[in-house]
Structures are given as C-alpha cells and as structure tokens.
Design a protein around this ligand. Structure first.
Ligand code: DGI
Ligand code: FE
Ligand code: FE
Length: 202
C-alpha cells in the first residue's frame, strides 16, 4: 500500500495556506492520527487526509468558483450561495492533481469533510470529527464533551457535531447545505446493528 510523503506535502501546503490555517491543518492531522489509532483505521491515510483536508481553503471564493468550473466540478445551488463550501470538493481535486494523492479513501475524506455525507467510511468520519475537535478549536460549545465522546463513540460524536453545526447555522441565519441535514437524518434514523438484532430476537 502506498504511503505519501507527508513532509513534502507539508512544505508545499505551507506556501498555500496562511499561518492560522496551517496550524489548524497540523492539529487536524495529529487528531485524525489519534482517532485512527483508537479505532484501528489506517493511521497513514488519516495523517495525509488530515494534512490536505483544507488545501483549497485559502483560495478566494471567486477563485474557488472559477476553478470548479474549469475542472468540471459540479457546483450545487447551496455551494453557489456559500462558495466556501467548495473548498472540500476542490481540495479533493487538488490533492490528486497538485499533491499526487490518488487513494480514493483519502480523496473521499477530503471531499466530504465540511458537510459530511450519508454512510461515511471510518476515515471520512475521523477527518470530519478531527476537523471539529483539534486542539486549536475553541469556539464551538461543549467541545470538551465532544472531544471525550469522539474517543468513546465515533457515530455519537458525529451526530453531536452535526446537530451543533446545524443549530449554529440556523442561529446565524446561514445558508444550510441540504447535505448537512441529510447526513444528520441518515445517522439519526439508522438503527444501531445491536438494536436491530435485539428486535429480531423478540
Ligand atoms: O474549513 P474549516 O473551517 O476548518 O472547517 P469546515 O470545512 O468544517 O467548515 C466549517 C464551517 O462550515 C462551519 O462554520 C460550519 C460550516 N458548515 C457546515 N455545514 C454547512 C456549513 N455552512 C453552511 N453555510 N452550510 C452548511 O450546510
Ligand atoms: Fe474545511
Ligand atoms: Fe479544517
């Protein structure tokens, strides 16, 4: 299995990101690696995905729109209204084209790190959660609780983050990408396998 040269990627990223975003990126990389250790996910994939998740973040919004059109990346109505959302999909494209990352699991985790997606892989969840709880984050409510939960129950942490994000977006009257709500609905409605088998045994 291919491992990527994270040191080389870091050097390249340092030129593309501002200082705060670079530090956040290192926080996400390290936190994703810790979660991968905890849950038996591939640590090297978590490191590379964490490192590159925001690689398109510092491109101005009009540039994001222009590049997505140029590269044939679909722009949904929600993304048109809130173009910063595109840094996830565009970042996934750039991770492949500019950083040489071809692993589909890493590219998926980058592409869905902002809104999530229904039926995420473990690596998708790890990067999504690491992005929210990395040590440099301090604004979201209840972070200590979510940080602890992330190391106990990945899906419950995912649900809490989606709920808190949607509450925050509603309270600030921001455009909500239907994907974000759809992901929460998916995880809220999904029965846990144990519960399903308990019912079968009744
Ligand atoms: O890029 P980061 O700031 O590290 O983190 P991110 O990619 O998760 O983006 C965080 C922001 O994304 C946060 O303010 C919540 C916002 N977000 C998540 N889902 C939606 C959304 N913003 C809008 N407008 N609509 C969404 O559905
Ligand atoms: Fe991001
Ligand atoms: Fe981020």
């Amino acid at each position: 299995m291919q491992e990527y040269d994270n040191r080389k990627i870091r050097k390249q990223l340092k030129k593309e990101l501002d200082k705060a975003r670079y530090e956040h990126t290192i926080g996400v990389m390290d936190t994703a690696a810790c979660l991968a250790m905890r849950y038996g996910c591939d640590m090297n994939k978590a490191l590379t995905a964490g490192l590159l998740h925001d690689c398109a973040k510092c491109i101005p919004n009009d540039g994001k729109l222009r590049l997505c059109k140029k590269y044939g990346i679909e722009i949904t109505p929600a993304e048109k209204k809130a173009p910063f959302l595109l840094h996830a999909k565009l970042g996934s494209y750039m991770a492949r084209e500019e950083y040489g990352v071809e692993d589909p699991e890493i590219l998926s985790a980058i592409a869905c790190h902002t809104t999530g997606k229904p039926d995420m892989s473990m690596l998708d969840k790890i990067v999504f959660i690491a992005d929210y709880i990395e040590p440099g984050r301090d604004r979201a409510p209840g972070l200590p609780r979510i940080r602890a939960l992330a190391f106990r129950d990945l899906d419950q942490a995912l649900i809490c983050i989606l709920e808190d994000t949607l509450d925050y977006l509603k309270s600030t009257d921001q455009q909500i990408d239907p994907t974000t709500q759809a992901v929460l609905d998916f995880y809220m409605n999904r029965e846990k396998p144990e519960e399903a088998s308990e019912k079968e045994n009744l």
